[in-house]
Write a protein that binds this ligand. Structure first.
Ligand SMILES: Nc1ccn([C@@H]2O[C@H](COP(=O)(O)OP(=O)(O)OP(=O)(O)O)[C@@H](O)[C@H]2O)c(=O)n1
Ligand SMILES: C[C@](O)(CO)[C@H](O)COP(=O)(O)O
Length: 258
């Protein structure tokens, strides 16, 4: 189904939030999306970030496979408010991010024409980024990704699957940094394009699949474009990211009472 099939105002925009990961790099404990940031679960921040866009009328949360009921109960304790509040669905996820997104897409109703895929682990993305991604898809781009230039220089290494962790790694190249971008979410898609990509590559994960949804679309040969991301859309991956996220929230509260 594509935006064009529902030309005009009838094509809805939905956000799929993969939230089924454990958060291994964050360390042992509650699944990452359910951990609190300044007292509110990370997932609630992420849902609110998508619902903050007036374009988004449906949010599909993809929960840990055995935790959908628990996640539904949690989200019911933090109801969305306002006259334009988005509808909320919770579905069970899979063993990889890619599989979780695919299961989220299957839950979308027919009248959704534009889909955002947003990591629960990027709870602080500003609404301006969400709106810019939606606008670019509605403007005709089949796949849109927020991205930032890199601060660090990047080195390429040769694959060494049997090397012990910490062993010095020979460098094989230095890509030109000015031509690289670090990509974020929400990534936005024409619904038919994203469905086709996920169906074509279902069952291929990790390096055989893609680490982001746009990567699957690229493999179809469909063009992908970048729009400016935002430093506050960073992914909470390691313990220090929790400190940064809580500092950002504290600054927002001090600045505008958010
Ligand atoms: N089976 C999975 C794995 C990941 N995710 C989601 O994909 C997003 C990005 O993944 P990442 O930050 O890597 O989360 P984890 O996989 O939980 O992290 P880690 O690799 O440290 O375990 C997160 O919102 C995570 O919940 C998912 O829905 N289903
Ligand atoms: C989708 C993503 O957030 C874009 O940067 C990223 O690729 C997810 O990777 P992860 O290793 O599953 O966190």
């Amino acid at each position: 189904m594509s935006d064009r099939a529902f030309a005009g105002a009838s094509a809805r925009t939905a956000a799929v939030i993969p939230a089924a990961g454990r958060g291994t790099r964050l360390g042992p404990g509650t699944p990452k999306a359910l951990r609190a940031l300044n007292g509110t679960p990370m997932l609630v921040h992420a849902v609110r970030a998508m619902a903050a866009s007036r374009a988004v009328t449906l949010v599909v949360v993809v929960a840990p496979p055995d935790g959908a009921a628990e996640v539904r109960t949690l989200l019911d304790a933090y109801p969305l408010t306002g006259p334009d509040r988005a509808e909320l669905l919770v579905v069970p996820g899979g063993a990889s991010r890619q599989e979780s997104v695919r299961l989220g897409l299957k839950a979308l109703p027919e009248d959704v024409g534009t889909v955002l895929v947003h990591d629960a682990a990027r709870p602080l993305v500003p609404v301006d980024v969400v709106d810019a991604v939606v606008a670019a898809v509605r403007g005709g781009a089949p796949a849109v990704v927020p991205a930032l230039p890199l601060a660090d220089t990047v080195k390429q290494i040769a694959p060494r699957p049997d090397a012990a962790p910490g062993t010095p790694e020979p460098v094989v190249g230095t890509p030109e940094r000015a031509l690289l971008r670090a990509v974020q979410t929400p990534q936005g898609f024409d619904r038919g394009t994203l469905d086709a990509a996920h169906e074509q590559f279902a069952g291929q994960h990790g390096e055989e699949g893609a680490t982001d949804d746009a990567g699957l679309v690229e493999r179809l040969g469909t063009p992908v474009v970048l729009v400016p991301g935002h430093e506050e859309a960073f992914k909470v991956t390691r313990p220090l990211d929790l400190v940064l996220a809580e500092a950002v929230l504290a600054r927002r509260r001090a600045n505008d009472g958010f």
